[in-house]
Design a protein around this ligand. Structure first.
Ligand SMILES: [Zn+2]
Ligand SMILES: [Zn+2]
Length: 133
């Protein structure tokens, strides 16, 4: 099966083949600011699962330089990111898979900085900061 992620304006699109190997929610301050939401959802997949891609991107790096974020050159939506030290992982913005029936997140991390009224589904493992490896 395939799922398509797209940016706000629709120029940037990416087709994911098969299921992600992990889905994670994160309420860290970076994810809140990056998404404009109260937490981010990252869909982790392998680069070879990207079946198609269209649209022009701009890249952005945080000051620690550990991850390269790819945004739509037109509307600025951050559709995916790649850790610079790992070439076998791509992180995709869960919110960009509208209506694509993604698997539910398997954990929530950085709950120490989430708004206290953001509910975590019962039974979902939560971590105050990064999850243990
Ligand atoms: Zn766009
Ligand atoms: Zn985060």
């Amino acid at each position: 099966m395939t799922r398509e992620a797209r940016c706000w304006c629709g120029d940037l699109r990416l087709t994911l083949k098969g299921d992600p190997f992990y889905v994670s929610s994160c309420a860290c301050t970076r994810c809140q600011r990056r998404t404009g939401g109260f937490f981010g959802v990252t869909v982790y997949a392998r680069p070879e699962q990207i079946a198609a891609r269209s649209g022009e991107t701009q890249t952005f790096k945080l000051s620690d330089g550990s991850t390269t974020f790819h945004r739509c050159a037109r509307c600025g939506t951050n559709l995916w990111w790649v850790p610079d030290e790992e070439d076998d992982v791509i992180g995709l913005a869960g919110g960009c898979f509208v209506g694509q029936n993604l698997p539910a997140p398997q954990r929530m991390v950085y709950t120490a900085t989430r708004h206290p009224w953001v509910c975590v589904p019962e039974g979902l493992p939560e971590y105050e900061d990064a999850a243990p490896e």
